[in-house]
Ligand binder design. Structure first.
Ligand code: C2E
Ligand code: CA
Ligand code: CA
Ligand code: CA
Length: 275
């Protein structure tokens, strides 16, 4: 038994070491990736149900790694946050997304908006609002076309200072979306106090609305309260017609999901918008 314990310990240490090496390598290649412009944006369209048209998109980062290929955000955002690299990466994404809004405007689509995910590390950074202002000025962008998505859990982390920052951002004319709604602990008691414009219902809530009567009731309730509070409501992760029909009935404002489009790169986005 003793020996078994020893062996186990050795195996554990080995894999720990490997994990550390992997992380160090990943961090190093993330530095390179910023320099080499390997972070690219995939855009996922959002359809407005009332006008039945695509009125916006969410910017979702991808890492085009020279050897590993396309790496999804869940595999590098956590380390980027730990190392602080999310700050330059986030700024890069925000700048690109703002340029894309401008580019779409020039193509003749005047009111197309893009929403960008903001990490808690970015929001905490004292330079965040300044850097947003700089980018808006640099690109000469109408701020109302930019939405920043902030998750429920980030907001709740330190509520009072975050509310202050969000109010500052909204004063610039930027829209704020509460992302991943329903996955954290927030109740409508909180939501009433939040200075937000848009509420995004998380995919995990949408998954079963067409097969589970209770889930359908909950989402219907969320939408009706949110609309009474004057929030614009976006449902995320909509994959089939049954879900879409229910959300239409429930008066949801916008739909984002594979039913309309997966996240696509810039060229494909242009094709989808201009056809
Ligand atoms: P999120 O903000 O909740 O983004 C929605 C995720 O759901 C995206 O995954 C999107 O591709 C996926 N999705 C959308 N519709 C459907 C659908 O109908 N079916 C299915 N199965 N999935 C759908 P993605 O692109 O892998 O992003 C994962 C998460 O990574 C995001 O979740 C967000 O939290 C984070 N993320 C992505 N881009 C950025 C970024 O630029 N900055 C930061 N800080 N985080 C980002
Ligand atoms: Ca999001
Ligand atoms: Ca989500
Ligand atoms: Ca999320």
């Amino acid at each position: 038994a003793k020996e078994l314990g020893k062996n186990r310990c050795i195996v554990f240490n080995k894999s720990m070491n490997e994990e550390i090496i992997q992380r160090v390598l990943l961090e190093k290649s993330m530095y390179e990736a910023i320099k080499n412009k390997e972070f690219i944006i995939a855009y996922q369209l959002q359809k407005d149900l009332k006008s039945d048209s695509f009125t916006g998109a969410e910017a979702l980062v991808r890492w085009r790694h020279p050897e590993k290929g396309l790496i999804p955000p869940n595999e590098f955002i956590p380390l980027a946050e730990e190392t602080g690299l999310i700050i330059p990466i986030g700024e890069l994404i925000l700048r690109e997304a703002c340029k894309k809004i401008k580019n779409i405007q020039v193509k003749g689509i005047k009111d197309f908006s893009i929403s960008v995910n903001v990490s808690s590390v970015q929001l905490k950074s004292p330079n965040f609002i300044g850097s947003v202002k700089n980018i808006l000025n640099e690109i000469d962008l109408d701020p109302k076309l930019l939405t920043l998505e902030i998750t429920e859990s980030i907001l709740m982390e330190s509520l009072a200072p975050n509310i202050k920052k969000i109010e500052e951002l909204r004063a610039l004319g930027i829209k704020i979306a509460l992302d991943d709604f329903g996955t954290g602990y927030s109740s409508f008691n909180y939501i009433i106090k939040l200075p937000i414009d848009i509420l995004k219902i998380d995919k995990s809530f949408i998954d079963e609305i067409h097969t589970n009567q209770k889930e359908k009731l909950i989402v219907g309730g969320i939408i009706s309260v949110a609309k009474k509070l004057n929030f614009n409501v976006v449902a995320e992760g909509v994959e089939n017609i049954e879900q879409l029909e229910i959300l239409k009935e429930q008066n949801c404002d916008k739909i984002q999901g594979y039913i309309f489009s997966k996240p696509v790169f810039e060229n494909e986005l242009d094709k989808l918008l201009l056809k």
